[in-house]
Design a protein around this ligand. Structure first.
Ligand code: ZN
Length: 86
């Protein structure tokens, strides 16, 4: 018996995917974090673990809009690095 996976939408390409296929970025106590297990409290946004979507989010300030906070440029470098290492 499968537990239905929750479906979320990438903020860059707007594709709907299951939570496992997306990377959750969360604003937690004024910090921006990647939430690998999807269980951190706070406002979250989803992105494909894909360079195109991450770059699109960076260029269009999508995370900033979604999480209502400034996203340091280092953070994008960090997620790009994570994606590259997978
Ligand atoms: Zn995407």
């Amino acid at each position: 018996m499968d537990i239905p996976a929750s479906v979320n939408k990438c903020i860059a390409c707007k594709k709907r995917k299951s939570e496992q296929e997306l990377m959750r970025v969360v604003k937690n106590k004024n910090q921006i974090l990647v939430d690998p297990r999807g269980d951190l409290p706070g406002r979250g946004a989803y992105l494909c673990p894909d360079e195109l979507c991450v770059n699109k989010a960076r260029e269009n300030k999508l995370l900033k809009k979604e999480l209502k906070t400034d996203i340091p440029d280092d953070f994008y470098a960090e997620i790009l690095e994570k994606i590259g290492s997978e």
